[in-house]
Design a protein around this ligand. Structure first.
Ligand code: ADP
Ligand code: GLC
Length: 480
């Protein structure tokens, strides 16, 4: 039996702000339990829902020196869908109404977490062969494993994997602050280690010191070696290219299943979607106060409202698009300028635009099930899970050809009768509008063709099946 420990800052069903939580929640369940004992460790945030906290049992606690103080570290555990979860508890660091806030507090919080997570392992008696770290919040773990946690039998053979879910966020601050918090010696704060452009960079530490680096699609693994996508780490990623690979994410096909979904109005499947899917649209139109018409093309958006997701393109052509015969349903939170843009268009075009500026699992499922098309014109997209959810619900994605969007959505080709969605190449608003209008044309004028696209969408398989076996091969290879 080989032991794998996922260490991450969020994971479904306990806490979620984005796709990272979906991956940390679903991938471990798909790793073969005959060969691997996979467990997951994350902070116990005060803002977790009470029913999730009620699932946790106290395991042990200890005290750890950190930032000049003696800090309490509690360890709790829970079992969920056959996977064991550990939670690191400290009410000072993990308080607040959301997992992330101001960068300086976040740094102090996650450096504490990284140190506490490793320190807890001997006490809970789980010795991983591999710690599988996710994003900048866990960037110091590979560093610590080569440094202060190296001595003694327990830690010395532990291998580390750093998975990059989003290179944009790196956990960067001035050197004295990170040196002080981490307790790492001067040696590490040089440009070939944690230092980047005069500052200290936690993700860079993870990338330099992990045994293997992965990211969440093959295209993104290539893109991040270029200046445009490399977020100033392209040089380092090129240097580590032999240890870097892309494995595309999957989604949990039990949670996202139009045939079994409790959150949607009318369930449907590959065979009956032609008659049944539209009942979801009619119900959602009523619920959101849109004009009720089963024929009108509904375009859905479920997203963090940030520049990454291409909202500058949408802002540019939104007025024009609202004059087409479409309805636009948005669910998301994020930057004020995008939230307010959608609120404005909702006010101006009330019967055709619905802006829902909040977080809701339930509404997200309803949008995936009800919409005819799903718009995701990202500037960059490491993988993207929303388009996979759309495909699963027979909702045709309209995407920009970047990162995981490029790897998971194939462009409709009317001559060959192939493709699962509509796409465009350049980050250009009218190129996007062209793709949306082409989709409108197929939807309104060639309905049979449109339905065949849905056939292909619902037949596609983006469950974890294939990708989980790639992770298992990698674990095997790394453990040797
Ligand atoms: P990212 O991780 O960059 O935000 P992904 O596409 O990988 O993008 O994952 C986003 C996840 O978050 C999806 O599961 C999506 O349904 C969900 N999501 C985003 N915004 C909301 C929201 N306002 N309400 C509910 N779910 C949301
Ligand atoms: C990040 C990326 C997204 C990816 C998710 C899970 O949040 O922005 O593209 O799907 O992580 O890997």
């Amino acid at each position: 039996m080989k032991n794998i420990l996922f260490i991450a800052s969020e994971g479904v069903p306990f806490i979620k702000t984005g796709g990272l939580a979906d991956v940390v929640g679903s991938l471990p369940q798909c790793i073969d339990k005959k060969y691997f004992d996979v467990r997951v460790m994350m902070p116990k945030y005060m803002c977790m829902y009470q029913d999730k906290k009620d699932m946790m049992k106290y395991l042990t606690h200890f005290y750890m020196d950190y930032n000049g103080k003696r800090e309490y570290v509690g360890v709790l555990e829970a079992e969920y869908n056959g996977v064991r979860y550990y939670f690191i508890d400290n009410e000072f660091y993990f308080n607040g109404d959301k997992p992330y806030g101001n960068i300086i507090y976040d740094l102090e919080k996650f450096i504490f977490f990284d140190k506490a997570a490793l320190s807890a392992l001997p006490l809970i008696g789980f010795k991983p062969d591999i710690v599988h770290c996710h994003d900048w919040q866990t960037g110091l773990i590979p560093v610590y494993l080569k440094d202060s946690f190296r001595g003694g039998d327990f830690f010395k053979d532990i291998k580390s994997i750093m998975t990059i879910h989003n290179l944009k966020f790196q956990g960067t601050y001035d050197v004295p602050t990170i040196k002080g918090l981490s307790g790492l010696p001067d040696y590490y704060f040089a440009p070939d280690k944690l230092e980047a452009y005069k500052d200290a960079n936690m993700l860079k530490g993870g990338i330099v010191f992990a045994d293997v680096i992965t990211t969440v699609s093959e295209t993104y693994a290539e893109e991040i070696k270029t200046e445009f996508y490399g977020e100033k780490l392209d040089g380092l990623l090129k240097a580590r290219a032999n240890d870097l690979r892309g494995i595309v994410n999957g989604i949990d096909y039990d949670v996202f299943d139009p045939e079994k979904d409790d959150l949607i109005t009318r369930r449907y499947n590959k065979k009956n979607f032609r008659k049944e899917k539209v009942k979801n649209k009619l119900a959602l139109q009523e619920e959101l106060g849109l004009a009720q018409d089963e024929k009108t093309m509904m375009i859905g958006i479920v997203s963090r409202l940030t520049g990454q997701k291409g909202f500058d393109l949408i802002a540019y052509i939104m007025e024009e698009l609202c004059h087409d015969n479409v309805q636009i349903v948005v669910l998301g939170t994020g930057e004020d300028k995008y939230e307010n843009m959608f609120r404005y268009f909702d006010w101006k075009f009330g019967d055709r635009v619905s802006a829902n500026i909040y977080y809701s699992e339930e509404l997200s499922h309803k949008i995936y099930a009800s919409s005819d098309a799903f718009l995701m014109p990202s500037l960059f997209e490491p993988c993207g899970l929303s388009q996979l959810m759309a495909l699963r619900y027979g909702t045709v994605p309209i995407v920009r050809e970047t990162g995981g969007l490029k790897d998971t959505v194939s462009a409709y080709n009317e001559y060959e009768g192939t493709g699962t969605g509509f796409s465009f190449t350049n980050y250009n608003a009218h190129e996007m509008l062209g793709a949306i209008r082409y989709a409108e044309h197929i939807y309104y004028d060639r309905k049979r063709e449109w339905n065949k696209i849905i056939d292909r969408d619902m037949a596609a398989d983006f469950s974890w099946h294939v990708s989980a076996s790639k992770y298992m091969e990698m674990y095997d290879w790394l453990i040797g």
